[in-house]
Design a protein around this ligand. Structure first.
Ligand SMILES: C[C@H](O)[C@H](O)[C@@H](O)C(=O)CO
Ligand SMILES: [Mn+2]
Length: 416
């Protein structure tokens, strides 16, 4: 029955010149950067652990959170086994393994990530990286790279320099460049009396961090902007315009997080504009519910629009797709699986649209047919193709993956 559904669906799409076999081939080569921090509520494994800070928050107390690097890797393996394709794992500096020794963040070395690298090699995964500029006593006032205290600012500069070296090590070891992304929480709760000086300091900090050239075969630098956070509602130093300008003039990758804009502002509308000026672009796909609430990614309109912008502009090799959500109110492995499968599902949806024809309709001013087709394709037999893709990739079809997560919860998570 399922095979028949797929054969019929294939014919439906083929009528529009869409070759489903080619689509499968193309989709298979897309790697999503899956954030490790969904698995432990952004806690990390530092010996001297501080509470989560930086204007981000994780709510919920679902049992079974990963408490050790081994548990986190085991959980990631479970999630990865239920997601079609070969992907990447995105780490933060606070996931270093220092064998019980307190290692300051500005003294982190690649060796503290050796287990992650060996694990990534074993599973054929790429690794991405982020310096951690929050959950730390030196970030207690919410300021890091723009800090007026020179000693504190230099500490964070050294941490970011160390992080780029770790990224370079990942790239060398794994044969795929590591995206090292800098996000800082710096900002003010209330209306600032000087917006310029902190931005001047941040610019200077970035110049110092990037002073040493690193071969992009191994490490690619990115900067992530934000509009506001909890406790930085009035002003964020690293705003959209700040990083857009910085990335453009310094040949860095600009990272757009879907939750870091005004509530009704979408990033799908920014992708084509940025692709005109940047060679590469990075994303943190998340789901803001009213604010930057980091909900699990669902198959909604904006996700499909993001995927369409990447696919119809032939930008799959230029847009580095990463995820960024953290929900502790549901099974954390299910969160990874739902969010990542949805991202892949949206790309498939975009690949199954008659994109060239739709472009022609727009160019010729035929907006009636453009709207009619976009709407009709929403109910094309997309589900049958998605099921066949999961089957082809050897992962559970439809919601059957949930059974495996439930079993894992009983056998592993509930015993933690
Ligand atoms: C933990 C991440 O680095 C963090 O979520 C950052 O990327 C962000 O989006 C902060 O709002
Ligand atoms: Mn982000």
């Amino acid at each position: 029955m399922r095979k028949e559904n797929f054969d019929r669906a294939k014919q439906d799409y083929e009528k529009w010149g869409i070759n489903v076999d080619e689509v499968f081939h193309q989709l298979k080569s897309v790697s999503i950067s899956i954030h490790c921090w969904q698995g432990d509520d952004v806690s990390g494994f530092e010996v001297k652990k501080a509470e989560l800070s930086g204007g981000i928050d994780v709510t919920g107390n679902y049992p079974g959170k990963a408490r050790t690097p081994e548990e986190l890797r085991q959980d990631l393996e479970k999630a990865l086994s239920l997601i079609p394709g070969k992907h990447r794992v995105n780490l933060h500096a606070m996931y270093a393994e220092t064998k019980g020794k307190v290692v300051e963040r500005d003294e982190l070395e690649p060796e503290y990530f050796g287990n992650w690298v060996n694990w990534a090699k074993e599973h054929g995964l790429g690794l991405d990286f982020n310096p951690t500029l929050f959950s730390h006593e030196k970030a207690a006032d919410g300021l890091t790279l723009s800090h007026p205290n020179e000693e504190i600012r230099q500490f964070w500069i050294r941490h970011c320099i160390a992080s780029r070296k770790i990224g370079e090590y990942f790239g060398k070891q794994l044969g795929t460049p590591c995206l090292t992304n800098i996000w800082i929480p710096d900002g003010y709760k209330d209306i600032p009396s000087d917006r310029l000086t902190p931005r001047q300091r941040l610019k200077d900090s970035l110049d110092q961090i990037f002073a040493e050239e690193i071969d992009e075969t191994y490490n690619i630098d990115a900067v992530e902007s934000k509009l506001f956070g909890i406790g930085s509602e009035s002003y964020v130093v690293g705003s959209h315009e700040f990083y857009l300008g910085y990335a453009l003039t310094n040949k860095k990758v600009y990272l757009l997080d879907t939750g870091h804009f005004h509530p009704t502002e979408t990033i799908s509308n920014k992708i084509s504009a940025l692709l005109l000026y940047f060679d590469k672009l990075a994303l943190h796909v998340s789901r803001p519910v009213r604010w930057d609430s980091d909900h699990v990614v669902i198959f909604d309109e904006e996700l499909r629009e993001i995927a369409l912008e990447i696919v119809r502009n032939q930008a799959l090799e230029r847009v580095m797709i990463g995820l960024d959500f953290f929900d502790a109110s549901i099974n954390r492995i299910a969160a990874w699986v739902i969010g990542t499968r949805n991202m892949i599902k949206a790309l498939l949806y975009a690949m199954l649209m008659p994109n060239d024809y739709l472009k022609q309709l727009q160019e010729s001013g035929n907006f009636t047919e453009r709207l009619a087709l976009i709407e009709e394709f929403k109910t094309y037999p997309f589900g049958a193709v998605w099921d066949a893709y999961c089957d082809y990739m050897g992962v559970p079809v439809r919601e059957t993956w949930l059974e495996e997560v439930k079993k894992y919860e009983q056998e592993v998570l509930r015993k933690r």
